[in-house]
Design a protein around this ligand. Structure first.
Ligand SMILES: [Zn+2]
Length: 270
């Protein structure tokens, strides 16, 4: 059963168009049984994956325009797939947010920046807020990912002269959003060394975001600095508003259906 003297069909999809890989499904064709060396070859492909990650991370700082034009022209092998890229970074980010209490401090400092204490925040409102913070904490790693479809809509409109597909904007924005989250992750040692930085964290975070997006858009679309700043603000704020409207819609559906079903929302957010 384990003898594979001459493989003529792809073991995965049965196609006969095979060489070192199946040209139909991409399955690698192993013509020999797995040796110890072959087992360590699996480690090799994990290292390749890491290399793709590192290459992408470095070049998204050095020249995002190169990454995007390579990727959109089909030179994808040296890069990590953008969805894998953002999932790995979002995982690291979620871990940091939970361990450094960034979100709690962000809520606290946003409250003090907006001076909500002057508005006599009711204990009920505070209670609800803290429950939602707990709720958001659980899903924090999905937040930037959920904003990408909306930001892509706005970038397709803003950069409509480029005549790119919506799917291509999804790729571009996934790379940029991932890199922007990576910046936050790389910034976290500063928070560990200087915990007081958390007081002004929202300001720092927004500034870094605007700077990186502007740099990336300028590198990718080769427009002026001012055009890139406007693009960043338009795409980021537009994407954010649409994302919040979408969340509001989801929340209204949840609230309405829970009212209809007689479920207490306070218990759901726990
Ligand atoms: Zn196949």
């Amino acid at each position: 059963m384990l003898d594979r003297p001459s493989i003529e069909h792809c073991p995965n999809c049965n196609s006969t168009h095979i060489d070192n890989y199946c040209s139909n499904c991409g399955q690698r064709i192993y013509r020999k049984r797995f040796t110890t060396k072959g087992f360590f070859g699996v480690v090799g492909s994990a290292i390749n994956f890491e290399r793709g990650f590192l290459h992408t991370a470095i070049w998204m700082f050095r020249n995002p325009g190169t990454v995007v034009s390579d990727y959109l022209n089909g030179k994808t092998k040296i890069y990590i797939n953008p969805l894998n890229y953002i999932l790995i970074i979002a995982g690291a980010y979620a871990f940091l947010v939970l361990s450094l209490n960034i979100l709690d401090s962000t809520v606290a400092s946003t409250n003090s920046l907006l001076q909500t204490d002057q508005m006599q925040t009711s204990p009920e409102a505070l209670e609800l807020q803290s429950r939602w913070v707990e709720f958001i904490k659980k899903y924090v790693n999905f937040m930037p990912i959920l904003m990408i479809p909306f930001a892509s809509l706005f970038s397709k409109w803003y950069y409509r002269k480029q005549k790119l597909f919506y799917g291509e904007y999804l790729i571009i924005n996934t790379f940029i959003f991932a890199q922007n989250t990576l910046i936050t992750v790389l910034f976290s040692p500063v928070i560990i060394v200087f915990p007081s930085v958390l007081d002004i964290y929202p300001v720092i975070s927004i500034s870094l975001t605007i700077i990186y997006f502007t740099f990336a858009f300028k590198s990718i679309f080769k427009n002026s600095v001012l055009g890139s700043v406007f693009g960043t603000l338009f795409i980021f704020i537009g994407g954010m508003i649409f994302f919040l409207l979408f969340m509001l819609l989801i929340m209204s559906i949840v609230i309405i259906s829970s009212k209809l079903l007689g479920v207490n929302l306070m218990n759901i957010a726990q």
